[in-house]
Design a protein around this ligand. Structure first.
Ligand code: ATP
Ligand code: CA
Ligand code: CA
Length: 163
């Protein structure tokens, strides 16, 4: 059966919005993947390592019959096709494709952690997720709107601009 999956995209090098658009075109071409929803683009301050350019981020909802690992490998192929190099933890990148949520599945493999370990702490992911599915329940049972308002209260919240 098809799984409902959320993917987070990010870019902070080159033509950022074009990189993201190209990545989404490649995702649309993966056999066994259907794109269901696409959030707005967001201009966001870098997270984790702040000595780098701002990011553009976007989140998409897909349905897929691929396993989580096979989907990850397809996303990694897309990163390579778009010219991503290994750039150190949380460093600048042409494109980043993360699996945020893969149906109800939990994976704690180093290669694949779902739900994404920083999902609940990243406004640049929570805001576009809430945009495309405001009623969504996260895998731990929490409601996206509640998590989002808690996170907003903890942060300045003014470093994310909807484009
Ligand atoms: P973060 O995962 O905190 O956003 P990052 O995106 O900068 O960091 P990368 O350098 O892109 O990290 O990826 C490092 C490794 O993370 C990849 O080799 C991949 O196997 C692994 N990984 C684990 N869980 C996931 C996931 N849910 N989506 C994508 N990659 C994942
Ligand atoms: Ca990432
Ligand atoms: Ca990544």
């Amino acid at each position: 059966m098809d799984k409902k999956v959320y993917i987070g995209l990010g870019s902070n090098m080159g033509n950022k919005s074009e990189n993201i658009a190209k990545a989404i075109d490649f995702v649309a071409c993966i056999e066994g993947v259907n794109i269901k929803k696409v959030s707005s683009l967001y201009l966001t301050a870098p997270w984790g390592r702040t000595d780098q350019d701002d990011f553009i981020n976007q989140v998409i909802e897909i349905e897929t019959d691929l396993s989580a690992l096979n989907l990850l490998y397809c996303l990694q192929d897309i990163e390579i096709k778009l010219g991503r190099h290994r750039d150190g933890k949380w460093g600048p990148r042409i494109i980043d494709l993360d699996i945020l949520i893969y149906g109800e599945e939990t994976s704690l493999l180093e290669e694949l952690q779902v739900p994404h370990p920083y999902l609940l702490e990243r406004l640049f992911v929570l805001i576009p997720l809430a945009e495309i599915n405001s009623e969504m329940e996260l895998p731990d049972g929490s409601k996206i709107r509640e998590v989002l308002s808690r996170e907003r209260a903890l942060t300045e919240g003014n470093d994310i601009i909807k484009l």
